[in-house]
Write a protein that binds this ligand. Structure first.
Ligand SMILES: [Zn+2]
Length: 487
């Protein structure tokens, strides 16, 4: 069993609003761009190497090097990328480090392969200890950016809560506002246990206790956002909903004005900023809601949370185009109505609630389980009768036993029952495999003979198949590296 003197490493952080002046903001924007460039170059390079590995499988050519490292010097070129020389090298290195972290997550099967990012989803820069220090001024602490020899500027920030000295900071721009985040790792006396271990512990409880500590959660699109099996309905504050609607109308107005504005004009830039602020409001409200909700849930007495396994990505997909086979004309596919529903699905922050609940519950050694979503809103939670007629809009009236409940409450109870059943059946006992083999070595592949079996690509007389050549030409940023490999 676990000894009591063990501890585990927890991560936490704080985020403060930062106020760079115009000059510093433009320098930081450049840092962000350069770090993103290195990240994206590593992504492209890795794809090229993956193609080479496949080539290696086919031709058994072990001279082709496909390293997995944080090198970034090959992307610096006096002619092609002179602007990379204008930022501190630590900024560039951290871009490679960020890519490596993402790649490690992929290899541990914790995430997808790192992909190319844009300003939309990579608008931050990680700055490590060499490039910042805290300076005490009359107005409070500020961050001095840059080295002692080459200072860049002072960044004031508003610390609304106490903070410790971090090893690295992340500077981020969101809709024209700057933020600085400090990340800490600290030891905790709570031993973080793995989900399958928690499942075993919960399974040891008797039926009555397990029912008491289990909470089914039904996530909804309609007016209320989350309903629990205990009959609670957790929803957005009506006032914020009203404000969100008003901001949406405001955003539409700015969009119309932007459509009439001139490309590249100062007026357009101003409108872009204002539009971004309007759109950002809803994001903040949803984040806030998901954080408050999950905080409340994990601090309740429940130890086992059951969610429906909703495939948000699949559910919010565009409907397929429908063609009349006879006439060849396109038919109505209700795409507009679906787009409206998709917006609602994404606006009810299902994914966020799932992700936040998972990490917060993990910190408290509580389990989050998922069960299939079928029939949870049509089945009766008392007699189990499944029929579409059971539903009467927001009410649930069982046609067999006459149970009357709020439809979402009934669905919550169904989800809870399914979760307990799945736990007793051992659905959560298996530890998810974390490691996998990224690629097979050449020695296990028959060389010569029938190479198609190994990779499935078409083999042409040219030693490099067309798709590899194509892939190689796309890598504008890897010129130097490719030359050194001789591909
Ligand atoms: Zn019934």
């Amino acid at each position: 069993m676990y000894s009591t003197n063990m501890s585990s490493i927890l991560q936490s952080g704080v985020r403060f609003r930062a106020y760079p002046d115009t000059g510093l903001a433009s320098i930081l924007a450049r840092w962000i761009g350069c770090q993103r460039f290195i990240y994206n170059s590593k992504v492209s390079e890795d794809r090229l190497f993956a193609a080479q590995r496949r080539l290696e499988l086919v031709w058994g050519n072990s001279e082709v090097k496909a390293p997995l490292d944080q090198a970034y010097a090959q992307f610096k070129d006096r002619e092609l990328t002179p602007w990379l020389y204008e930022v501190p090298s630590q900024i560039l290195r951290n871009g490679a480090v960020r890519w490596m972290n993402a790649k490690r997550r992929q290899l541990k099967k914790l995430g997808n392969a790192p992909r190319r990012r844009t300003r939309r989803d990579f608008n931050s820069v990680r700055v490590t200890g060499e490039l910042f220090r805290f300076v005490q001024t009359a107005a409070g602490p500020v961050i001095q950016l840059g080295t002692k020899a080459e200072p860049v500027g002072r960044l004031p920030f508003k610390a609304h809560r106490p903070f410790g000295l971090p090893k690295s900071i992340v500077l981020r721009e969101v809709a024209g506002q700057w933020f600085v985040s400090f990340c800490y790792e600290h030891e905790s006396n709570v031993i973080a246990r793995k989900p399958h271990e928690l499942a075993y512990e919960l399974n040891a409880l008797d039926d009555a206790t397990l029912a008491r500590v289990t909470l089914g959660l039904d996530r909804n699109v309609a007016d209320n956002c989350v309903a629990t099996s205990a009959g609670e309905q957790l929803r957005f504050d009506p006032l914020t909903v009203k404000r969100m609607q008003r901001k949406e109308i405001g955003a539409k107005r700015y969009q119309r004005r932007m459509a009439r504005s001139q490309n590249g004009s100062a007026n357009r830039r101003k409108l872009v900023r204002r539009l971004a602020r309007r759109l950002d409001y809803a994001t903040r409200v949803r984040n806030d809601f998901a954080h408050r909700l999950t905080y409340r849930l994990v601090n309740s007495e429940a130890r086992f949370f059951v969610l429906e396994d909703l495939k948000v990505g699949n559910m919010s997909r565009r409907p397929k185009a429908v063609k009349d086979e006879r006439t060849g004309k396109w038919l109505r596919n209700r795409a507009k109505a679906k787009a409206g529903l998709n917006r609602k699905i994404l606006a009810s922050c299902w994914g966020r609630i799932d992700a936040f609940l998972r990490y917060k519950a993990g910190k408290k050694n509580k389990l989050v389980g998922k069960v299939p979503a079928q029939n949870s809103s049509r089945g009766c939670s008392r007699c189990g009768h499944i029929h579409a007629d059971n539903r009467d809009a927001r009410r649930f009236v069982c046609v067999r036993c006459g149970l009357t409940l709020h439809a979402d409450h009934n669905a919550g109870i169904n989800i809870k029952t399914l979760g307990i059943g799945a736990l007793r059946d051992g659905a959560f006992f298996v530890e998810k495999p974390k490691k996998r083999i990224a690629f097979r070595r050449t020695d296990s592949i028959p060389t010569g003979g029938t190479p198609e079996v190994a990779c499935g690509a078409n083999i042409s007389p040219d030693p490099r198949p067309a798709w590899v050549r194509q892939c190689a030409t796309k890598q504008e940023s890897c010129v130097a590296r490719r030359r050194s490999i001789g591909l």
